[in-house]
Design a protein around this ligand. Structure first.
Ligand SMILES: [Zn+2]
Length: 78
């Protein structure tokens, strides 16, 4: 199986990884979660594992993954 990398670039808001559109961010999120899940399965539990659980669009128009709760960026997403 070939693992394709998703193109990302540094964003004006300071985050290293920004995705150009929502579809790309959604794909990246799915891949990140699958990877965390495999790690969690190996460890036998999911405690303390950093896990991106959503994506959002920042003020610069790029999309980022985050593990923060909705409260953190409420208002940032229309
Ligand atoms: Zn940004």
């Amino acid at each position: 199986m070939t693992i394709r990398t998703v193109a990302f670039s540094k964003c004006g808001c300071g985050k290293d990884r920004g995705y150009d559109d929502e579809r790309t961010a959604a794909k990246a999120l799915g891949r990140a979660q699958a990877k965390r899940d495999r790690v969690a399965d190996r460890k036998g539990n999911r405690r303390g594992i950093y896990r991106e659980n959503r994506y959002y669009q920042c003020d610069y128009g790029m999309w980022h993954l985050t593990s923060r709760s909705r409260a953190y960026y409420v208002g940032a997403v229309a």
